[in-house]
Unconditional design. Structure first.
Lengths: 233, 233
DNA sequence: GCGTGTGAATTAATTCACAGCC
DNA sequence: GGCTGTGAATTAATTCACACGC
């Protein structure tokens, strides 16, 4: 279930504050969900709570960590060292959670060889070897959009089955390969949509009275926009 | 509906290639969804397709853009100019979609004053004034986790009702304020979960036979991890 | 004939509400 | 008395499948 990481974070915060035990109501509030939902989610892991008391914070942290596979190390490779790749390479939050940046790669020979976050950026040519030698299990794609599918194909061919994609493209992958995407502009567009709704409701009734214009009058499109690389820092 | 931006991107790609018309089947494939779902989604916008033919690409681009509110400009402020804020400031994909980076802000006086992506970073003290003067409608929070809620509160007090949060925290906001979050480590944890499932299935039967250890034996926790700022580029 | 638009059917997710246990 | 765990009820999302228009 995709909410376990959220619970884990809330629990870790409680753990740090030394809170020994927590009720579903409290934990749900901290994670921003309904308490019934939280209890149902946790019940899939097993009966780790105590009726009349709540959940033991430390124990639950362990159980969720184990369920999520965070008790082992996950070597991660970042492909595409532009703005975003650079930022992620320096991201301090990996190590504390079992994720270790094992390699940085870039197709540009001017970038390969540079030292970033204490690591030397490798060239794409070495991808297959790096994946094999360092047992990389998760690939993070931070290339421009047009390069993403090609990189993805190579990652899959090299045996990687989990990909985190920051490029604004829908990646095609074979069965058995998991892809998650993080897409800035989609998030902004969703916010814009709601924002527009709010101001529309303030002013007029239901929908803005914009009459459909003659076909062929395209407004600003969404070109897909090629990620950070566009203007390297 | 949260899938409209996805359709818009696929349509824009088609538009660039000069494709005049597209069927629900084709567009659905390009966006990575089921064709019935796509038709149902689009039908909420109105009847913009032609039976037996499909959808006019340009016209549909316009309609979705309008629905998403992309026919107007959305000034965005980025708060917290660490690694990630820096990367986003340089992100070229904003402008082409109606999103304009109107201001960069940071609480550190050493950072304020710096020029980044052609803009001078302003100090947090000026937040309220900037929001007012530049009519900022969307705030992007890229501060460390502990600072996020405070920044959020100030944004809300300044009148902002749409927030994109990159800090690993659940933000508390009043009714009417929209928050979307982008969370690196949650995505990675979800991937790790699936990855673990795969290798577990390869080896044993259903679940790994790890017996519940004595309570109090916490594994690696999730500290929340404070975002990019941790190690500035 | 082809492909949209949509009611109906199915499936999944969420919430309610309460029995059972501490 | 308080709080978990969970069947039942509700609500939402997805998919099916086909009538209708081009």
């Amino acid at each position: 279930m995709a909410r376990l990481p959220l619970y884990l974070r809330a629990l870790s915060a409680l753990s740090e504050r030394g809170v020994p035990t927590v009720s579903s109501e409290e934990l749900a509030a901290a994670a921003g969900v309904n308490s019934a939902k939280l209890r149902k989610d946790l019940s899939y892991l097993g009966s780790y709570g105590t009726r009349g008391v709540g959940y033991d914070v430390e124990y639950l942290v362990y159980q969720i960590s184990r369920e999520l596979g965070l008790t082992q190390d996950w070597p991660v490779a970042i492909i595409g060292i532009g703005n975003l790749g650079h930022a992620l390479a320096n991201y301090g939050g990996f190590a504390s959670r079992g994720f270790r940046v094992a390699a940085l790669l870039d197709a540009d020979r001017a970038v390969a060889g540079q030292r970033i976050a204490g690591m030397v950026v490798r060239h794409m040519d070495d991808l297959e070897q790096i994946v094999r030698d360092d047992r990389v299990s998760i690939g993070v794609i931070t290339t421009p959009a047009p390069a993403a599918q090609g990189v993805c194909d190579r990652l899959v061919a090299a045996g990687i089955t989990s990909i985190l994609n920051f490029a604004p493209t829908v990646l095609a992958v074979p069965e058995g390969v998991d892809v998650r995407k993080v897409d800035l502009s989609i998030e902004l567009q969703i916010l814009a949509f709601h924002e527009q709704r709010k101001s529309a409701t303030d002013a007029g009734p239901t929908l803005p009275p914009t009459a459909p214009p003659p076909a062929g009058t395209a407004a600003r499109g969404d070109r897909g926009g090629d990620l950070p690389e566009v203007m390297p820092a």
